[in-house]
Design a protein around this ligand. Structure first.
Ligand SMILES: *Cc1c(COP(=O)(O)O)cnc(C)c1O
Length: 436
C-alpha cells in the first residue's frame, strides 16, 4: 500500500516523542538529515554556554572548579550518558576526542592481551571502518611492531585466530549504516582469548547499546553526532570494570592521577575510569554536551532509547519505502541493510558509476549538493571509483529526537524533484568543497 503525505502527518500526530523536537534550535526551512555527523544544537546550549562564560568563568573565576562543580564534570556527564550505552555508574568519562580515547583504550587493550599472551601480535578491524580508527591502530602497530589486519565484515569470524590480541570494530558502519551484533561478535572473540574495542560513534544515542550485557571490554564514541554536544564536543570512554584498574593508559596526565592536587613527582593512577582522563578539561565544551545529554534524560519519561529506536526504524523504513516508490529509475540502490537487527539510524543510497554528468562518476555528490541547496541536508561519501565493492554513497541520518514522518516525506519529494528535473546536473552542484 502506498504511503501518502496525509499518512505521514497522521504518524506525526500519534508520535509520543514529538515533543522532544521542541528542545532543538532547528533552523527554519531545513530538513536536517546529518545528525549522524553533527547533531542539531539543543535550545538550552546557547544560554548554558553564555552562563558558563559570563558567570562561572567571568565572575566566579577559579572558584568555579569547586562552586560550579567543574572538576568532576567528565564523570558526571559519563554517569548521565551511561544508561544509553549499557554502562554502569562510574564506568564512563566524557573527555578528549574519539581518536584520542581510541589511542588510550587500544593501548590498554594491547597491554592486557599481550601480558596474558605475548604471542598475540595482531589487531583485527574492518577495512571500511572509519579512517581515524584505522590510522590510530596503524600508528600503534608501527610503534610496537604489531600488525593491523583489515577484513570485510563477512571475514571477521575467520580472522579471530590465536595470534590476535584485539578486535577493534565500529558498531554501526559510518558508510553503510550496517550494524554488528555486538554480543555475538564479542562472545566469538572472547572464545579465542581476544579483547574487543567497540567504537560507538554512530550508536550512542542512536540505537540501544548494552556494553555490559555484551561483556565488551573497551568502548569509545563521539559527543557531537547523535548526542548533539556541539562541534568537536568531548567524546566518551568506557572500560569494563574488570580491566579499568589493570593498566595505565598511555596519556598518564595529572587529571588521571589518584591525587592530582598532591602534586607529587610520580604518577599514581586513579582507580577505575578516572585514570582515562589526561589533562585539564574543556569546561565550556562539556557544558554544551550536557545540554545534549539533558534531552536524553528528558526522553526517559517518554520511553527512552527503546522508544527512540522504534521511531528511528519507522523513519528509516519509511524513507526506504518512499525512495523505492517515488524515485525509481534513477540509478539509486540501497547500501543499508533492510533487516532491522542490522540497521543503525541512517540510510545510505548508492548510485551507479557512470550515472553522473556525461556518463562521468556517479552524480551522487551533485545530487547531495542540489538537496542541500533546497534545505535537505545529508552528505556524500566517496566510493572506490567503481574498482571494488564500495559505490558512491548519499548518506541520510535520521535522529528520532527531532525528525518527524512529514520531514521524511518532504525529503524524498525533494530528492524526486532533483532527480526528475535533472537539477543536480548544474555546474555549481558539481564543484567539490573542503568538508563533505
Ligand atoms: C566520527 C567518527 C570518529 C571521529 O573521531 P574524532 O576524533 O572525533 O575526529 C571516529 N570514529 C568513528 C567510527 C566515527 O564515525
Amino acid at each position: 500500500m502506498t504511503t501518502t503525505l496525509q499518512d505521514c502527518r497522521a504518524l506525526d500526530a500519534q508520535d509520543p516523542l514529538a515533543p522532544l523536537r521542541g528542545h532543538f534550535a532547528l533552523p527554519p526551512g531545513v530538513i536536517y538529515l546529518d545528525g549522524n555527523s553533527l547533531g542539531v544544537a539543543p535550545k538550552a546550549a546557547a544560554a548554558r554556554v553564555a552562563d558558563v562564560v559570563t558567570r562561572e568563568w567571568g565572575t566566579d573565576l577559579i572558584q568555579s572548579w569547586n562552586t560550579a562543580s567543574w572538576f568532576d564534570l567528565p564523570q558526571r556527564l559519563g554517569n548521565q550518558l551511561a544508561p544509553l550505552i549499557g554502562a554502569g555508574k562510574d564506568e564512563v568519562v566524557c573527555t578528549d576526542s574519539t581518536s584520542i580515547n581510541l589511542y588510550k583504550v587500544l593501548s590498554a587493550a594491547l597491554n592486557i592481551a599481550r601480558e596474558d599472551s605475548p604471542a598475540r601480535k595482531r589487531i583485527v578491524s574492518e577495512r571500511s571502518n572509519f579512517p581515524t580508527d584505522l590510522y590510530i591502530a596503524e600508528g600503534l602497530c608501527k610503534e610496537r611492531g604489531l600488525d593491523l589486519v583489515l577484513v570485510e565484515p563477512e571475514e571477521i569470524a575467520a580472522a579471530l585466530t590465536s595470534d590476535v590480541a584485539v578486535l577493534m570494530l565500529t558498531h554501526v558502519n559510518y558508510r553503510t549504516g550496517a550494524m554488528h551484533d555486538m554480543a555475538a561478535i564479542t562472545a566469538a572473540a572472547h572464545a579465542q582469548g581476544i579483547l574487543c574495542v567497540w567504537d560507538l560513534a554512530h550508536s550512542a544515542g542512536a540505537v540501544p547499546v548494552d556494553l555490559n550485557g555484551a561483556g565488551a571490554d573497551f568502548s569509545i564514541g563521539c559527543g557531537y553526532k547523535y548526542l548533539n554536544g556541539g562541534p568537536g564536543a568531548p567524546a566518551f570512554v568506557w572500560v569494563h570494570p574488570r580491566h579499568a584498574s589493570r593498566f595505565w593508559q598511555p596519556l598518564s596526565g595529572w587529571w588521571g592521577h589518584a591525587a592530582p592536587f598532591a602534586f607529587t613527582p610520580d604518577y599514581q593512577p586513579a582507580p577505575g575510569i578516572t585514570r582515562y582522563l589526561c589533562g585539564t578539561q574543556p569546561i565550556i565544551s562539556l557544558s554544551a554536551l550536557q545540554c545534549g545529554l539533558d534531552v536524553f534524560t528528558a526522553a526517559q519519561s517518554l520511553g527512552g532509547m527503546a522508544a527512540l529506536r522504534t521511531k528511528s526504524l519507522a523513519l528509516t523504513d519509511l524513507f526506504i519505502q518512499l525512495v523505492e516508490e517515488r524515485c525509481a529509475g534513477h540509478g539509486l540502490g540501497l547500501a543499508t541493510p533492510r533487516d532491522h537487527a542490522q540497521r543503525g539510524s541512517q540510510v545510505c543510497l548508492t548510485r551507479d558509476e557512470g550515472a553522473g554528468v556525461n556518463g562521468q562518476g556517479s552524480g551522487a555528490y551533485a545530487i547531495v549538493q542540489a538537496l542541500i541547496a533546497r534545505g535537505v541536508i545529508g552528505d556524500f561519501r566517496k566510493g572506490d571509483g567503481g574498482t571494488g565493492r564500495h559505490k558512491d554513497i548519499l548518506r541520510f541520518g535520521f535522529t528520532p529526537l527531532y525528525l518527524g514522518f512529514e520531514d521524511v516525506w518532504n525529503a524524498v519529494e525533494h530528492l524526486r524533484q532533483v532527480l526528475e528535473s535533472g537539477e543536480w546536473r548544474k555546474p555549481e552542484f558539481n564543484q567539490t568543497h573542503a568538508v563533505t
